[in-house]
Write a protein that binds this ligand. Sequence first.
Ligand code: ADP
Ligand code: MG
Length: 303
Amino acid sequence: MKSIEIKEVTKLYGRQKALDNVSFDIGKGEVVGLLGPNGAGKSTLMKVITSFITPSSGTVFINGTDVLEDDLTTSAQIGYLPENNPLYPDMYISEYLSFVLKMYNTSFNTKSRVEEMIELTGLTPERHKKIGALSKGYRQRVGLAQALIHDPEILILDEPTSGLDPNQLVEIRNIIAELGKEKTIIFSTHIMQEVEAVCDRVVIIHKGKLVADDHTSNLWKIAGTGNYYEVEFKEEVDVTMLSGLPFIINVKLQEKGVWLLEAEKEHDIREAIFNFATEKKLHILSLSQTEQSMEDVFHSLTA
Ligand code: ADP
Ligand code: MG
């Protein structure tokens, strides 16, 4: 059973394509990480799914209903945490949550439902404060509470952990992981480790295009072909010599004396690098294994 079907969605802002013919489906109960660098089109896609904006072309179905035909039905099934989580700073937490709940046509008792959400999202210690007086981490909890209050089966969370300190980040991630046991979730981020921690599946977009869609366990395999070694030699070294190292995929001079070597993932070539240096009478000043930067990853995915 498909919760969300995204069919050939394109969104133009003037001449700029924020989304370029994006199609994919999300099954009931899946937790999908929407990964991409800033400006990739993540927020735009989420706004199309939640019918906050209209695509230039293409369609989104929520449990079989076209969001453009019947957004009242579809938005009742979706909880949305927008980026920058706009809230009313002068409202008290429970006042705000009651206000949000009343916008939906539900059979919940307002008071007890609000209490339940405050409990669930860990807002209890701060519950008597106005929203404006809360720290960023607690504001995100209010954002999650308002997204959950009408008990939607789908959650669309736009960078819910951005700007949080490491403790808050772990707590919010845990809440999301817990919610993921019951709900269908799309969660956007530009942090690969976060996708790995929270999601089953990863969809990567770059410059408005879908460039990868796979199980999270394949994330590093999709992202990079190899392992990276940064090695600094005292002497000048010829590029062809380094290219002769075993399992080498790529060799790049970073700065004077410092080389970035990419090798096949299954092989650790550190020992081979030392042997190479001894053989050629070279001195290694430093050697470290490094990861590709996010930008490199997205670049290699679209190359
Ligand atoms: P992301 O959330 O992945 O950072 P966005 O969906 O916010 O990306 O933006 C995708 C692209 O569309 C960006 O280049 C952004 O500048 C552009 N964009 C987003 N919203 C608007 C808008 N309202 N008007 C014009 N351009 C926009
Ligand atoms: Mg965004």
